[in-house]
Design a protein around this ligand. Structure first.
Ligand code: NAI
Length: 471
């Protein structure tokens, strides 16, 4: 279509209303820009509607069930815990609804125009937006692409939405499956596998590499793996899934396990082998944008693509595919558009997995610190020596801080245990502020509390932890 004289002009066009796009739109509006946000589906993107939020609600509900069933050692006898799965799902949906409604109000309150429609680039500064009833051309000064990602399909095990499902369907099942095969022992496989295990499903995770959560510190993964059995979750590693037969009542999955072909059967198969960026149906070539070999949009430190006025943030701009990374990049892009000198710096990125126990890390591992030329000190404090963890009946795990031996600068942390997802924030802030172990050690931490483990680990770096014998 030829762009006529009647293109609607906007300062900033944001494509996608997930945690990248809506945050970018609000920040650009705060900085005085006239912003239009277009999303073809619901505001909030995958994270709010089909990802982070509903999964965390389901994980929490499953935790509660598990706790009730296993409290007799604390003198709590609960007979016949019943799960009304329909009501559990309704509650989860109500959590999602509150948040998506909130996003709509925030956009409105910041005077961001929102349109439900599909965007197709027609040039370097023009797009066509197709809504249910018409198609309009928009001309933008600047554009932020934040179209997110979708579950990756294994060609030989295609999604059918019923027996072979992605995380989307796994978060809105009508019944708790008796048997579930999870292909992929990454973030999603572990989180949802654990939740369904706690709800009574017989879960088998088939992971292609030799470990769950490949790339994550093995001593942390070990703590999580040890507990999985208790929740009815079996893990098979070095299991490359090759095909699925959905013709019978059950699905039969074939996998090459340590060189041998094996078959597993279940009611459903959840395929969670990563996510694919949504960059293929946008007409990006019309805008002059080329993708890298993984389908990501190459960007600089201001999230700018090679087409100067077009920015890309979040899952389309590369790994890690995390909602908070998308929001962070969205703020940087909006500020760059407004002429501010903002740039991304990922050193203090938190990674959080809502497994049992929770697992979180940030900054550098010991190995990475060495590779970067530091002489790292590793100080680990066990939750078994923390009063709050014991009183929560959750003393498995540790808080580990990595610091530079000479300067005591905090370089990273690995936490596995109760509240790890929250505790990591203290170390993220320390790294962001260039704090050293002494700064944390001199900070008064409430007693009894889980953050005391961060203080003790930091004291350990100084060689003066009180509640463990220092090395
Ligand atoms: P993932 O990349 O975390 O894990 C995929 C796993 O599948 C890997 O361990 C890989 O080795 C395995 N795999 C690949 N092909 C296989 C095959 N044919 N057979 C067996 N195993 C195979 O991807 P996942 O779990 O799908 O999650 C996608 C992304 O979503 C994550 O990378 C993460 O960025 C994000 N996410 C973040 C969460 C959080 O922050 N708490 C929670 C859930 C997802």
């Amino acid at each position: 279509m030829v762009v006529g004289d009647f293109a609607t002009e906007v300062d900033v066009l944001v494509v996608g209303g997930g945690p990248g796009g809506y945050v970018a739109a609000i920040r650009a509006a705060q900085l005085g820009k006239k912003v239009t946000l277009v999303d073809k589906a619901d505001l909030g993107g995958v994270c709010l509607n089909r990802g982070c939020i509903p999964s965390k609600a389901l994980i929490h509900a499953a935790d509660e069930v598990d706790k009730m069933k296993n409290a007799s050692h604390m003198g709590i006898e609960v007979d016949g815990v019943q799960v009304n799965f329909t009501d559990m799902m309704k509650w989860k949906d109500s959590v999602v609804k509150k948040l998506t409604g909130g996003v709509g109000s925030l956009l409105k309150g910041n005077k961001v125009e929102t349109i439900q429609g599909e965007v197709y680039f027609t040039g370097e500064n023009t797009v066509k937006v197709a809504t249910e009833n018409n198609s309009t051309t928009y001309q933008f000064e600047d554009c932020i692409i934040a179209t997110g990602s979708r579950p990756t399909e294994i060609k030989s095990v295609p999604f059918d939405g019923k027996k072979v499902i992605s995380s989307t369907e796994a978060l809105s099942l009508e019944e708790i499956p008796d048997k579930l095969i999870v292909v992929g022992g990454g973030y999603i496989g572990l989180e949802l596998g654990t939740a369904y295990g706690k709800l009574g499903t017989d879960v088998t995770i088939l992971e292609g590499t030799d470990s769950l959560l490949p790339g994550v510190d093995p001593s942390m993964v070990r703590m999580v793996k040890r507990k999985l059995k208790k929740f009815g979750v079996q893990v098979v590693t070095k299991a490359m899934v090759q095909g699925a037969d959905t013709s019978g009542d059950e699905v039969k999955v074939t996998a090459e396990v340590k060189g041998e072909e094996k078959t597993y059967s279940a009611d459903k198969v959840l395929v969670a082998v990563g996510r694919t960026p949504n960059t293929d149906d946008l007409g990006l070539d019309q805008a002059g944008i080329e993708l890298d070999e993984h389908g990501f949009i190459p960007v600089d430190k201001q999230m700018k693509t090679k087409v100067g006025r077009i920015y890309a943030i979040g899952d389309v701009a590369g790994q890690p595919m995390l909602a908070h990374k998308a929001s962070y990049e969205g703020k940087v892009a909006a500020e760059a558009i407004a002429g501010e000198p903002s740039e991304v710096d990922y050193r203090a990125m938190p990674y959080v997995i809502f497994s049992d126990p929770e697992l979180a890390y940030t900054g550098l591992s010991e190995k990475e610190a060495k590779e970067e030329g530091y002489d790292p000190v590793v100080s680990r404090f066990s939750f078994a020596a923390n009063g709050r963890a014991l009183s929560l009946d959750a003393a498995d795990g540790f808080t580990q801080v990595i610091a530079d031996k000479e300067s005591k600068e905090i370089l990273g942390a690995q936490i596995v245990g109760p509240g790890a997802a929250t505790l990591i924030a203290e170390v993220v802030l320390a790294i962001e502020m260039g704090a050293n172990a002494e700064d944390i050690a001199l900070t008064i931490h409430a007693h009894p509390s889980l953050p005391e483990t961060v203080m003790e680990a930091a004291e350990g770096v100084m060689g003066n932890s009180v509640h463990m014998v220092n090395k």
